[in-house]
Design a protein around this ligand. Structure first.
Ligand code: FDA
Length: 305
């Protein structure tokens, strides 16, 4: 299902239909609160007022021109200014995809842009997490993470439990001061590098949780899966992790009641808010990981309301 949807999504015709179907905006709104920085700050305010923390992602990935990479970096600088001005920076960090700031064009362009974003985050009183993308970028992204952390030690990274290498990466990155988000992984990866069966991915996720939660770093547990949330709380209890020694993370619009429940238990619950016009790749990954999301989308297309 995931592979078929991802393959279809890469066809230009499919992309045009989805991007321009009148209902798309309404469906997208469930996952993306808006296009502008004002929309992002408004959504952040609502969640922070409700007791949640936030990570903001300015949508746009796989850019092909230097000007786009610079524009994306500039959008993050504006966002960080606005978060600071609104008094929200203490509870809102930013998530950055290196491919959106030039990784595929020129490594040093991406590193310079990332440094600028990290410096702006530091002056705003918050930090940055580098998202994980497809497996061909894993080594490069972890390398940039290590480089950035020498000047900005709070910069975080993301590891994807579906990759066979990730348990070892978790052990490497479980040291003091290391902020690591653990997710299952959202790309269509070959069997040579990734577990393909759900049970294998889940088992790997639990092994990775253990490696991170038994280490000295700051694990960020990103999942909507009740079984993974429950495994995490067990390991947290076993290791007597203090409430400020880890956090849960979920995506905007997904399981909001569960987000509230975890926050009410006194845990840090951070919601990942994507915003901007470039929502297509993000929406496709959300549809691919859950058949119910595809049904919801198709029903909306059919009803055209
Ligand atoms: P999975 O999709 O396996 O679902 C398991 C169960 O969770 C379902 O059976 C259901 O019970 C419940 N569930 C899931 N979705 C639901 C819904 N919409 N409504 C109700 N129940 C639902 N990926 C990546 O490759 N790089 C990255 O940098 C990131 N970053 C990231 C940040 C954050 C904060 C999150 C939460 C996720 C990511 N991801 C990511 C995406 C991640 O890799 C993964 O694709 C999705 O989170 C889906 O995996 P789950 O662990 O949520 O469970």
């Amino acid at each position: 299902m995931r592979a078929a949807l991802m393959a279809a999504s890469r066809r230009d015709g499919v992309r045009r239909v989805v991007e321009h179907a009148p209902v798309s905006r309404r469906v997208v709104k469930r996952f993306v609160p808006g296009s502008s920085v004002d929309d992002a700050v408004r959504a952040t305010r609502e969640l922070v007022d409700a007791g949640l923390w936030v990570s903001l992602d300015y949508l746009g990935e796989d850019i092909t021109e230097v000007a786009q990479a610079k524009a994306t970096a500039a959008a993050y600088l504006t966002l960080l200014d606005e978060l600071a001005a609104a008094g929200l920076a203490a509870k809102a960090e930013v998530s950055v995809k290196l491919s959106a700031i030039g990784q595929a064009l020129d490594r040093s362009l991406a590193v310079d842009n990332a440094r600028e974003i990290c410096a702006a985050a530091q002056s705003a009183g918050t930090t940055v997490t580098l998202d994980a993308e497809d497996h061909t970028t894993t080594d490069g992204t972890l390398d940039v993470l290590r480089e950035l952390r020498t000047d900005f030690p709070s910069v975080g990274g993301v590891l994807q439990a579906y990759l066979r290498r990730t348990e070892a990466d978790c052990r490497d990155l479980a040291g003091a001061g290391s902020r690591i988000r653990l997710c299952k992984g959202a790309y269509d990866e070959p069997e040579s590098v990734a577990y393909k069966r759900r049970a294998e991915v889940d088992a790997s996720y639990v092994r990775c949780l253990r490696a991170l939660l038994e280490g000295d770093g700051y694990p960020m547990i990103a999942t909507h899966d009740p079984a993974m949330v429950s495994a995490a709380t067990d390991i947290i209890d076993e290791n007597r992790r203090p409430a400020d020694g880890y956090e849960f993370q979920m995506l905007y619009g997904i399981r909001p009641d569960e987000q509230q429940r975890l926050a009410r238990e006194g845990r840090i619950m951070r919601v990942y808010i994507p915003y901007g016009d470039e929502w297509y790749g993000y929406l496709v990954r959300r549809l691919a990981e859950r058949p119910a999301n595809v049904k919801f989308f198709l029903r909306s297309l059919a009803s055209r309301r």
